[in-house]
Design a protein. Structure first.
Length: 480
């Protein structure tokens, strides 16, 4: 056979090679490319760096919520697993003989991504322990570090006036309850009556509730629709539908239009419930308390290792972005500046390559990284023994993770793989996965698969990604 013919034959062979020869370990995932999807994938053993499979591993693609792996890893490296964010009540005033605080009471937001109503109640109790019985001034909610953060995604921008979701909450260093209002819907005494709607947090709802829910006969179905609308700074929650007699309380969560104002409404209600009346109502501020302010009460949030469990297990967008904002030391920080901190972290990872990370949540559709980059992150965390246990604990095991849609594949995939998923549907479909696996012999490996659609590709279900991924990873796990 002449040399020119050999070369021509080799080129033709590459053209007609099956996916298995091109994909190198990701034979099943590679089939998505024939449907018009763009794929980047890589799997490696972590003890010796052996690559078990890859598809265009350096290709820059949208990771969606796999971005949260970067925010979590950067937070762990910065603060360590036991770090806690502190929220304080401070004042420049004095407490008189009757227990009246003569001056303003300032809540200084510490950027706790999981500050909850119970934490605010602890602050109220702290005031009572200081002998405070009333406040003559104003309750000031200080979000001087950041907030409300300028929106750069469509959903958060639209949520300033209307929201039918919980995930699109705006960002503030003084936010409570992930920037969400919560009410419980309960049936009336008998069919035909209006349902009862009560606050999850305070004796009376701290926002306006438009109750259009009716009670139906026992055995009926719960059907609820809820939307928060805002007019002239007032949040109104419109709830419609039906609940049957005898049904348990049904919680409804919707993002607030202004998290700091939500905190003000909630804390003011809790102070009054505790018998501490505030003469001047509340206001919000983006300036720090005076240097002369002294603390009256403080509450430490949950340790970072617990925050990351919630951030990763439930893919909490609010928590991921607040953690990212906290990485920037300057005040009045923007989400873009937080993204720059994440990009700098990624650039410092050996073998990572370029990355564009405009947010830690992945809600920004411009985020880009590669399968190789995600694997570099996973390898770097595996090599940090003081941080790895906390980091890997936030990933889901398909067999028992809280997201039921990941329960795919056989026993090997179910019990040998720990993963984080990412989903976007607009402006194009994204299904991304990254995580770790253990081989039959107990060796650790990492993997990443990024699948991006375009305007012409159809809707992509998770089964179309997880089922072939399970087959490919199972083969790698069984072979080693």
């Amino acid at each position: 056979m002449s040399r020119p013919f050999v070369v021509l034959f080799s080129i033709l062979a590459l053209v007609v090679l099956p996916h298995s020869a091109i994909a190198g370990g990701f034979e099943h995932i590679a089939r998505l490319t024939s449907q018009g999807y763009t794929v980047g994938a890589q799997a490696q053993l972590l003890d010796n760096g052996e690559v078990l499979g890859e598809i265009a591993a350096e290709r820059q693609l949208s990771p969606a919520s796999v971005s949260k792996l970067y925010a979590s890893a950067a937070a762990l490296e910065r603060w360590g697993p036991q770090h806690r964010f502190t929220t304080r009540l401070v004042t420049t005033g004095n407490i008189d003989a009757q227990g009246i605080l003569q001056g303003d009471l300032v809540l200084e937001g510490g950027g706790d991504p999981a500050l909850a109503t119970e934490d605010l109640w602890h602050l109220v109790q702290g005031l009572r322990q200081q002998g405070v019985t009333a406040v003559s001034g104003t309750l000031v909610i200080s979000q001087w570090r950041y907030g409300p953060v300028e929106c750069i995604t469509t959903d958060r921008c639209e949520s300033q006036v209307r929201s039918a979701h919980a995930y699109d909450a705006r960002l503030s260093s003084a936010a409570v309850n992930y920037g969400n209002w919560c009410v419980s819907v309960m049936p009336g005494a008998r069919a035909g009556l209006a349902a009862r709607i009560v606050s999850c947090d305070t004796l009376e709802p701290a926002l306006v509730v438009d109750n259009q829910v009716t009670t139906v006969a026992a055995g009926g179905k719960v059907r609820l629709n809820a939307e928060r609308v805002t007019h002239e700074g007032v949040d109104t929650l419109r709830v419609s539908g039906q609940v049957p007699v005898g049904s348990v309380p049904y919680p409804v969560y919707r993002s607030s239009s202004d998290p700091a104002r939500q905190t003000g409404h909630t804390l003011l209600a809790l102070l009054e419930q505790g018998g501490l009346m505030v003469s001047g109502g509340f206001s919000t501020s983006d300036t720090p308390p005076p240097a002369t302010a002294r603390p009256l009460a403080s509450v430490e949030g949950k340790p970072l290792q617990e925050l990351l469990l919630r951030t990763l297990n439930y893919s909490n967008n609010f928590m991921a972005d607040v953690l990212s904002l906290n990485l920037v030391d300057e005040s009045r920080v923007s989400l873009a500046e937080a993204g720059q901190a994440l990009e700098a972290f990624a650039e410092g990872l050996p073998g990572h390559g370029p990355a564009t990370l405009l947010s830690g949540s992945g809600l920004t559709t411009e985020n880009r990284t590669s399968a190789q980059g995600v694997n570099a992150l996973l390898k770097a965390m595996y090599q940090r023994p003081a941080l790895f246990p906390t980091f890997v604990a936030g990933l889901q095991l398909p067999a028992n993770g809280p997201m039921r849609f990941i329960r795919r594949g056989g026993e090997t995939f179910q019990s040998h793989v720990m993963l984080k998923t990412g989903t976007l549907n607009q402006p194009f479909a994204v299904r991304s996965v990254g995580g770790y696996f253990r081989t039959r012999s107990g060796r650790w490996g990492s993997f990443s698969v990024l699948v991006n659609g375009n305007a012409k590709t159809p809707y992509l279900s998770w089964s179309e990604v997880l089922d072939p991924l399970a087959e490919d990873l199972t083969a790698m796990i069984d072979a080693h």
